[in-house]
Design a protein around this ligand. Structure first.
Ligand SMILES: [Zn+2]
Length: 296
């Protein structure tokens, strides 16, 4: 019966089941009827790949394989240790399986308790075992340009190419921080502990009417400091503080690169001016996250 007729007519459920039975039978056997065990053994796809290689009949049906334990007599001689291990595992699994010759084969999806496939469930199964990152809201949620987000993500994990990381790769580098010239350059130093960087941050807070920076604990990492500081700041200033901190890291990094690769240095006043202009550009572009920026 054409599909569109099935859509408009109020047909009985029994008819749907009958059609589905024909469809399933054709799928498994190409005939009008089929019973349990018509599918091929797919041990190679499961957890017995060595056992599958050792079998003489790789296209055997489940029903045939289980009848009088034919799958065992189809195995080649001289099994390896891996084959024996998989044989014992499979043998134990099959002890509790009984095929019902009067029941139809059906396709089920093992990942859900109901055995029913859904696109939604398949999507969520991709995240099984994943770990929730506390940086989801800190780095990715703010509506600001991606290049700034990506840099902060890398920097907060200590992975930007500071001289510390260049040294790990054996690449040419100068260990000394190009901003303060007093300490070795690491991501935590450059973006948090460096005297130049700290002064730049202090000036940003003043310029944008935020409370002064808290006292830094020596050796505190940029990541733990950023998360702890954000927790301590009440809304609505939190989002503003976070965006300014992301910009601070990004502009500090750009200044570092300017000094290393172009031998040019900007003052903190220059950097502050560039940062303000960048914020005005974002606001002009309609980024809601920067609505607190005063119009130029
Ligand atoms: Zn420094």
């Amino acid at each position: 019966m054409p599909t569109f007729q099935l859509i408009v007519l109020n047909h009985p459920k029994r008819l749907t089941k009958l059609i589905d039975k024909f469809r399933r039978s054709f799928l498994w056997t190409g005939l009008e009827n089929c019973s349990g065990g018509r599918c091929l053994v797919k041990w190679s796809m499961e957890t017995t790949p060595e056992l599958f290689k050792h079998s003489r009949k790789k296209e055997i049906l489940v029903a045939d394989a289980l009848e009088d334990s034919q799958w065992i007599s189809n195995l080649k001689t001289n099994p390896s240790y891996a084959v024996l291990q998989q044989f014992v595992w499979l043998y134990q699994k099959l002890q509790h399986i009984e095929l019902n010759p009067h029941s139809d084969d059906s396709v089920t999806w093992k990942m859900s308790a109901s055995g029913t496939f859904s696109a939604s469930f398949a999507y969520h199964i991709q995240f099984a075992g994943s770990i929730h990152s506390p940086l989801e809201n800190v780095v990715w949620k703010p509506q600001i340009p991606m290049k700034c987000k990506f840099f902060n993500w890398v920097a907060l994990h200590g992975k930007c190419l500071t001289t510390e990381n260049l040294a790990k790769r054996g690449w040419p580098h100068n260990l000394i921080c190009s901003l303060c010239r007093t300490s070795n350059e690491t991501a935590d130093h450059l973006l948090l502990h460096c005297s130049f960087s700290a002064e730049f941050w202090r000036r940003i807070l003043i310029n944008f009417n935020l409370p002064p920076p808290s006292v830094l604990v020596p050796d505190c990492s940029l990541l733990s400091w950023r998360l702890a500081s954000l927790d301590a700041i009440p809304n609505p200033a939190r989002e503003k503080w976070n965006i300014l901190q992301m910009l601070h890291s990004w502009f500090t990094w750009k200044e570092r690169n300017n000094r290393v690769f172009n031998a040019k240095a900007c003052s903190i006043d220059d950097l502050l001016q560039s940062l303000s202009e960048e914020l005005h550009l974002w606001r002009s572009a309609g980024l809601k996250a920067t609505k607190w920026v005063d119009p130029p």
